[in-house]
Design a protein around this ligand. Structure first.
Ligand SMILES: NC(=O)c1ccc[n+]([C@@H]2O[C@H](COP(=O)([O-])OP(=O)(O)OC[C@H]3O[C@@H](n4cnc5c(N)ncnc54)[C@H](OP(=O)(O)O)[C@@H]3O)[C@@H](O)[C@H]2O)c1
Length: 198
């Protein structure tokens, strides 16, 4: 769909959330190459949280590709407490009630507009991150840096080449043999982390 007067507002901010290894690997064989409880807790807290003074029923939205949707075990999807949106060009996809779908990024944002999510998080996978990096509305990157090379077959585009800069790094965490740290990056006019919600 081409952009028109009904195109999604340019004020919309998209927040990308991802975990990648040292080679920007994000997935292997259609699933995550690691199981990091600390990162899952961070993911859930960030994508579910809404300010206490939000209107009743206010939610954040999570936008993901069809393959990432299918990689979530059936008993865990849709992701609870969030408005789930699946990008697919298939017309015959069978989704549970309340889960939205659209054949393009712009269509997804238009649909979401009428649901008024508080924040919009882009969950991946590789194809969707590429589309999101190409979209100037993607201004915030919640990036978990997993140490090592995990033999991935799906990768994140290079955030530095895409114009993101780091504004926050949390202390490294260790789970089993795997070290990771949670960072926040942004691009555009944000000056510091104080300009951004947690
Ligand atoms: N490490 C992380 O943080 C993280 C996060 C998420 C996912 N992952 C991993 O990433 C891998 C999956 O990534 P992937 O690249 O293979 O698949 P994906 O991006 O999850 O989904 C690709 C599908 O999305 C649809 N699609 C893509 N671009 C579209 C667009 N512009 N408009 C409408 N629909 C669009 C198409 O669905 P149709 O074919 O149905 O048309 C396409 O086949 C898995 O290994 C997963 O575990 C990792």
């Amino acid at each position: 769909m081409s952009r028109s007067s009904s195109a999604p507002s340019p004020d919309t901010i998209l927040e990308i959330i991802v975990a990648s290894d040292d080679r920007l690997g994000i997935g292997r064989g259609g699933t995550l190459p690691w199981h990091l409880k600390g990162d899952m807790v961070h993911f859930k807290r960030l994508t579910c949280s809404v300010p206490v003074d939000s209107p009743k029923g206010a939610l954040n939205a999570v936008v993901m590709g069809r393959k990432t949707w299918e990689s979530i075990p059936i008993r865990f999807r849709p992701l609870p407490g969030r408005l789930n949106h699946v990008l697919t060009r298939r017309r015959d996809i069978d989704l549970p009630e309340g889960v939205l779908s659209a054949p393009s990024f712009d269509d997804a944002l238009l649909q979401l507009r009428s649901h008024r999510p508080l924040r919009i998080f882009v969950l991946g996978g590789g194809e969707i991150y590429r589309a999101a990096f190409d979209d100037p509305r993607s201004r915030i990157l919640h990036w978990t840096r997993v140490r090592g090379d995990h033999g991935c077959d799906t990768h994140l585009p290079d955030p530095i080449a895409a114009g993101f800069r780091r504004i926050e790094t949390k202390a490294p965490e260790l789970e089993g043999e795997i070290e990771f740290r949670i960072e926040r990056w942004c691009r555009g006019a944000f000056e510091s982390k104080e300009d951004l919600d947690d």
